[in-house]
Design a protein around this ligand. Structure first.
Ligand code: FES
Length: 225
């Protein structure tokens, strides 16, 4: 049996096993995470978390499914952060290198403070990503932001109030759409959908009640634990 240590979740004290993740500790404390919990493997970005540890004035961040608890840690999971997200039509784009500037002109308000880079739990160079976005350098933005899990923490700290992860996502989509070869299996899957191969399965799901859907969801295979 692991030793128990105190943590504070949303201001309330709980005793949890030493060495577990923040997510494990919160669930051990009796909370059911309906939001703020997805893949449990560090990929989906649903579990952005801010915390402080005793004796350190700094706000720290991490993914709840990846970060281990520490003695006296004071924790809040941020399952959602309000963020501007523009709509666009990739097929209508004439000049991809100019599109980011059109969609997110606020990126030129960047003050170069580097708060976004410092807070990124993936250690991505977020400020450099925005600098490349300002230049319209889509391959660089796509490459540098490839490991972004869209947790929202960069947007929570940006002094210019922009949303770096949404800007980077548009860049990756533009780059993929205009520069990369299209994999054959995508076309095959689209044809299957158009031919109605999945219609029956979708109809079956639509016919189920909420309880049955919840049971199916709870019993689904989870690849990353
Ligand atoms: S639950 Fe998906 S990144 Fe933590």
């Amino acid at each position: 049996m692991a030793d128990l240590i105190p943590i504070y979740y949303l201001g309330k004290k709980y005793m949890v096993p030493e060495g577990v993740t923040i997510m494990g500790a919160v669930e051990y404390s009796g909370h059911r995470l309906v939001r703020g919990c997805g893949c449990r493997g560090g990929f989906c970005g649903a579990c952005a978390t801010v915390f402080r540890v005793p004796g350190n004035h700094q706000i720290k961040v991490g993914l709840a499914c990846q970060t281990r608890v520490e003695n006296g840690m004071d924790i809040a999971i941020l399952p959602y952060y309000p963020a501007q997200k523009v709509l666009y039509n990739l097929s209508a784009v004439k000049d991809p290198s100019q599109e980011l500037q059109k969609l997110y002109p606020e990126m030129y308000r960047c003050l170069g403070c580097s708060a976004c880079t410092k807070i990124c739990p993936q250690d991505l160079p977020v400020m450099d990503i925005i600098a490349e976005a300002q230049r319209g350098n889509l391959p660089a933005v796509a490459e540098l932001s490839f490991d972004c899990v869209m947790c929202g923490l960069c947007a929570s700290r940006c002094l210019a109030q922009m949303v770096p992860y949404n800007i980077a996502m548009v860049a990756r989509r533009l780059y993929a759409h205009f520069n990369l070869p299209r994999p054959g299996y995508v076309g095959a899957r689209i044809r299957e959908i158009e031919q109605g191969v999945y219609d029956q399965k979708i109809d079956d799901l639509l016919d189920k009640g909420q309880e049955e859907l919840q049971k199916l969801y709870a019993e689904r295979d989870i690849e990353c634990i």
